[in-house]
Design a protein around this ligand. Sequence first.
Ligand code: MN
Length: 443
Amino acid sequence: MAMPRLLSTAAQPLADRLRQAEQPVRLIGHYDCDGLTSSAILARALQRCGLRFHLTNVVALTPDVIDQLNSEVPALVLFSDLGSGYPDLLAQLKTSALVVDHHLPQGETPPNVLELNAHKAGIDGNREASAASLAFALALILDEANRDLAPVALAGAWGDRMYLDGLVGWNRMIADMAVEDKYLNSINRLPLTGETLADALASSLEPYLLGVSGNPAATAEVLQDLGFDPAIALGELDVEGTALLADWLALKLLEQGAGKQQRTQLFAPQLDLPRWGCSVEELAAMTDACGRLDDTSTGIAMLLGSPSGRERAEAYVREHREQLLEQLACVEFERGRAIQHFRGDNAALKGTICTLALGYFLDRSLPAIGLAPRDGKLIASSRAAPQLVAQGISLSEVMMQAASACGGQGGGHAQAAGASLPLEKEDEFIDEVDRLVAEQLGL
Ligand SMILES: [Mn+2]
């Protein structure tokens, strides 16, 4: 399977630079699933080149990160899943740097930086490649043996929700490569996990079953009405039982107003990773949970194959899921003219809450914004449904402009973007976001 030529051409200069790099290479990655998976891929690829590395995963590329790097004076910095949005900050680095990113580039790449950005390599960075997919391309150029990292790349793409509507482009090619190498099996079964049927429904986040997920009593009632033994193991369901359950799930999602992608996902094949003993979705969930619970080193250890890292990551998934289920059960969005927003207390959960709420039960004609304080700042996450992106909304623009009007910083993707700003600017920020979205949508 050949890599798209534009992609290999874009990645080649970074591979050449890494081959002659002084050690250790200073890796800076984003802290989310795609950031951690891309970091792990690059870390493994560097190891296999005989290069040592020093990795830190950060919430955002801020002036503090640049100051820290300038005080360390590393020979070479390698950024993954961040960088392209902040050329001005990169220009303040006193060393040379490589950037592997799929976020929309904001302006010119500074002269001290070599950039592998999806959008600059003829690839749609919102759909066809995540940072992990690009890191995987770079790893392949460095050494064909890195093909075994395909599952990690797919977990990154999954973390950035590129599986909705099916994998396409470079992501699709990675999946095909993984199938060919027997690292990936595509299997038809319902996307439920748990010891028993009751556990599976009560703990289900995707699909999120409004009024059932996170509510064992309601789950028991539903299963009783359907005539199921709640204690039956998922694997023991017969064909008839599976069909009955599938019908109920499909109806339930329709009834609660879930999006088309979410309803389609119910019947999408599950991507199992035999060597990992889990699915791509579960590998992404473990990675994501490590990031959200602020233990990125466990995420990296797990992705590099550590059994104790894996155990901890599995425990984090359970903890993270419980927190999300708890918050989703009581979250209330306040509607403005063109947006709906909520103010929470957990900065690590707000983006996921917006994503799940929009996908499974919220009004998708308005973007959803979540706000929460962290480290003395107000952090915002925003999400828009695909139809809004098709109508031309760009949350990356909205977050960037609204945040800078409030003395903060913002950016991201058209459909998912974030910002950080002074706490006291909350009302001003929300008004500005509302105004900018209304303007973009012509309301
Ligand atoms: Mn990403």
